[in-house]
Design a protein around this ligand. Structure first.
Ligand SMILES: Cc1ncc(COP(=O)(O)O)c(C=O)c1O
Length: 389
């Protein structure tokens, strides 16, 4: 047999090779049979599986304490694969308003397919049990939530789900597995937009779903059927990003805590939400389910009006005005003008987002540089007497 071109001397490359092949030559019908019967971990066609993707799946599973993980093209592909795999006509889904806006659009599709949906506010999560029905098949939540960083109690959501045997799905994108591992708190599945902190460099899109082996097999069925398999190059970039993930997560959380403490003292800032602040309503629950800090995401109101928030953002020099989050660079946006556009206009400010609310994702820059930038930009916001706390 010809030597393996990747390991001609039996030594192994330090990085997972990018296998860009669509298809694979079968060495024999016996090998084909073993692959298709699942006896060996072989590869046949990219939509089914890919070795570069498989390697990154194992690494994310390790981070989440999962038996396995399915990686796919985007975070929204991951959410959609979960809905399509586990929900059918007649089922009931409970989801929180405080989840990433594109879920609204997917929800419209699910309703067309016969799934009924209850939207709850994170503020009423302690009454989750009252909304559970005999046909509730799934509870879907984010904590901290996007964009207002509200905290939901994963353990109590588990209890509510158990009353009817529903699946508990947690989007862990904001927290990251460095700070929170929902499977250990009772979730059945964990979702990531790996586009964010797992990748970490604004250069790839990917989604991930971690859970048991049984869930892996069910989700693999969906991915193979609908073709949401990640390309090998993005998988390679994601694996490269993961090498520094813990370092970046640690730096982001440290920076966010310092920035939050600075912002808490600023008269032109109100409704500051960062779970690491004792003054934040979700702090106690966050402290009980997060570890090693509270992540890199903050939300707050600037001044009184949309114009104040715009002026503030326009004056920033170090922090970038851009959507997305979890990157090496700090990123800021006005959700009302960006991520909330997925929602119908009447809902965009219905659960706490205001026109002058900003969402800040802390990067890995020195925190004092970020504080100085925020300070000079706040000086550009006109001083008014704030009418709300
Ligand atoms: C919490 C959360 N979940 C899911 C998504 C969707 O991820 P993607 O943009 O990779 O589809 C996002 C995107 O911002 C997000 O913030």
């Amino acid at each position: 047999m010809a030597p393996d071109p990747l390991t001609p001397y039996g030594n192994r490359p330090m990085v997972t090779p990018i296998v860009n092949a669509v298809n694979y030559e079968y060495l024999s019908f016996e090998v084909l049979r073993q692959i298709t019967d699942g006896e060996i971990d072989g590869y046949t066609y990219h939509r089914d599986d890919n070795p570069t993707v498989r390697e990154v799946e194992r690494k994310i599973a390790g981070l989440e304490g999962a038996e396995d993980c399915i990686v796919c093209t985007t975070g929204m592909a991951a959410c959609t694969m979960v809905y399509l795999t586990y929900l059918k006509a007649g089922d009931h889904l409970i989801i929180f308003h405080d989840t990433y806006g594109a879920n609204y659009k997917v929800a419209l599709i699910l309703e067309r397919l016969g799934v009924s949906i209850t939207w709850l506010s994170a503020d009423e999560s302690d009454r989750l049990g009252e909304h559970v029905r005999p046909n509730t098949r799934m509870i879907f939540l984010e904590t901290p939530s996007n964009p207002l960083c509200k905290i939901l109690d994963i353990r109590s959501a588990r209890k509510a789900a158990d009353t009817v045997g529903a699946l508990l799905v947690v989007d862990n994108t904001f927290a990251t597995p460095y700070h929170q591992t929902p499977l250990r708190l009772g979730a059945d599945l964990v979702i990531h937009s790996a586009t964010k902190a797992l990748g970490g460099h604004n250069d790839l899109m990917a989604g991930a779903i971690a859970g048991s082996m049984e869930h892996y097999n069910q989700l693999w069925f969906t991915r193979q059927a609908i073709g949401t398999t990640l390309d090998a190059y993005s998988a390679f970039l994601l694996e490269r990003g993961l090498k520094t993930f813990e370092l970046r997560a640690e730096a982001m959380a440290r920076g966010a805590q310092i920035v939050a403490e600075f912002l808490a003292e600023q008269p032109k800032v109100s409704r500051l939400a960062y779970p690491g602040l004792a003054s934040c309503p979700g702090h106690t629950v966050a402290a009980s389910q997060m570890q090693c800090g509270f992540g890199g995401m903050l939300a707050f109101d600037v001044g009184e009006e949309e114009e104040d928030a715009k002026r503030f953002i326009a004056a920033l020099k170090t922090i970038y005005h851009a959507v997305s989050l979890g990157a090496t660079e700090s990123l800021i946006c006005i959700p009302y003008l960006t991520t909330m556009l997925y929602l119908p206009p009447e809902l965009r400010t219905s659960f706490g987002v205001r026109k002058n609310t900003v969402r800040l994702s802390i990067g890995i820059e020195p925190p004092e540089k970020l504080v100085a930038d925020l300070k000079q930009a706040l000086a550009c916001v006109p001083q008014r007497v704030l009418s709300h706390a």
